[in-house]
Design a binder for this molecule. Structure first.
Ligand SMILES: [Zn+2]
Length: 157
């Protein structure tokens, strides 16, 4: 595990405990080169959840991407990274408990928003707008690709 600040691989674990949701271990680490502290999460590999996008494409739920959106929505709010990790874990656990290993992108977004609304109103509103923006970007890109494909086909005739 490399230090996100200086890239050194030398660090020591200062604290280690199970997250509230119980499915991950959170470790506080201290870099032995620069002294910065950072947190790592370790979790069991489980059946991946598949997200069905609007166009019908399937892709595995990208936790990092979801977290990036959530972190962006939570800037300067009193929300910890752990609360957000727990939020995502709760959703995954709920889906798995219902044996729903596939979820539409829209449904997933709604599940996130439901929980975020309880956590923080501002982050909720921000995520809602970011999320809508993403959907639109997707649509926009799809349209653009279709347009280019049509152009290539025409050129090859
Ligand atoms: Zn460092």
């Amino acid at each position: 595990m490399r230090c996100p600040y200086c890239g050194s691989a030398d660090n020591k674990v200062t604290d280690s405990r199970t997250t509230d949701s119980g499915d991950a271990i959170r470790r506080r680490r201290e870099c032995l080169s620069c002294g910065e502290r950072f947190t790592t999460f370790e979790r069991l590999e489980e059946t991946p959840i598949t997200v069905i996008k609007k166009g019908g494409e399937r892709e595995p739920l990208d936790r990092q991407k979801l977290m990036a959106g959530l972190l962006r929505a939570s800037v300067k709010r009193h929300i910890t990274r752990e609360q957000l990790e727990n939020l995502v874990s709760d959703i995954e656990t709920d889906l798995r408990n219902q044996f729903k290993y596939e979820v539409t992108a829209k449904r997933l977004g709604d599940l996130v928003l439901d929980r975020l609304r309880e956590l923080d109103k501002v982050a909720y509103i921000r995520f809602a707008s970011v999320y809508k923006e993403f959907q639109d970007v997707d649509e926009f890109t799809e349209e653009l690709e279709k347009l280019q494909e049509a152009r290539v086909k025409r050129r090859n005739k």
